[in-house]
Design a protein around this ligand. Sequence first.
Ligand SMILES: NC(=O)c1ccc[n+]([C@@H]2O[C@H](COP(=O)([O-])OP(=O)(O)OC[C@H]3O[C@@H](n4cnc5c(N)ncnc54)[C@H](O)[C@@H]3O)[C@@H](O)[C@H]2O)c1
Length: 320
Amino acid sequence: MKKRVLVTGGAGFIGSHVCETYIADGYDVLCVDNLSSGKRTNISHLLDSEQFQFVEEDINHHEAMAALFASFQPAIVNHHAAQKSVVTSLEDPLHDVDINIKGLLVLLDCIKNNPIEAFVYVSSGGALSKVIEGQEKSSEEDVPQLISPYAITKYAGEKYLAIYAKAYGFDYTVLRYANVFGPRQIPDGECGVVPIFVNNIVANQTSVLMTYPDMPRGCTRDYVYVKDVAEANRLASIQPLNTVVNIGSGEEIAILDIYDTILAIFEKEVSIQITGPRAGDVKRSVLSNARAKACLGWQPQVSLEAGLLALKKEMTLGVV
Ligand SMILES: NC(=O)c1ccc[n+]([C@@H]2O[C@H](COP(=O)([O-])OP(=O)(O)OC[C@H]3O[C@@H](n4cnc5c(N)ncnc54)[C@H](O)[C@@H]3O)[C@@H](O)[C@H]2O)c1
């Protein structure tokens, strides 16, 4: 029998690729999304599949979610729905708690009456990074900086999940993503730096880069291609690790270098304006992916350049 997976946030950028991967692997998928930042067009190509159902719903609607759990009886819950912006979390921490903590607790509460086999929870390797020095990379065992409400709620979510997994007898994996990029990403928030730059460059418009005085090429980040991330979800569903695992490239790149790489790939020359730092930003971020390789059998297949070329190709074809 096909396994049933409930994907929250499945109409979003990453969630829609995750739904595709599950369908290709033979799962029946129930995608629940309130379309607050996700789009119907991200999943329109999946709607004809007998393996795919979409319900427009808010994960915070407890009764509605309980009814969906009872009728669909998922074996796996894959939780991508979130308030994902560091900046929004600083401006409106109550909203951040509402979605990232309360929303998760609604799902976990539904599991009490509808037992599952495994839960895949999405967290953030960048936001939960420690202050890294020299050539080191963030490991899952580091003590996170927790300098934004978003980091706090994602971290708390990891801890809630571990408690519920033990209490209600299911397995879980926490996937701490690096900065994900690829088709369907919308240009908002810090995670959206690639689409922000790409859109500006294609439109010959100046971008703005926020730097620290001691980091003139901008903060550093670790970029991972969205289809590699979807594959990590597939593997974590087959073989839950009951721990946290970083999903990143292991390559540290300054944001100005991302900009220059995009200029080269899109064969453009467009200026960039440098300005002051932004509150809540982790200065340097690069994730060790040693645990993902050793325990999940996962490693990134698509480089930044190859991913940007694929994005350019899809934009040329009008797919994105
Ligand atoms: N994009 C990245 O680089 C990155 C990095 C680390 C972690 N993440 C995490 O990955 C997940 C997906 O992020 P994304 O970049 O695809 O963003 P996204 O905004 O495209 O996806 C989030 C989805 O959740 C849905 N959603 C939000 N609140 C909801 C609610 N209350 N009920 C139902 N649906 C709701 C949105 O409509 C959207 O479709 C998030 O948990 C985010 O924190 C993303």
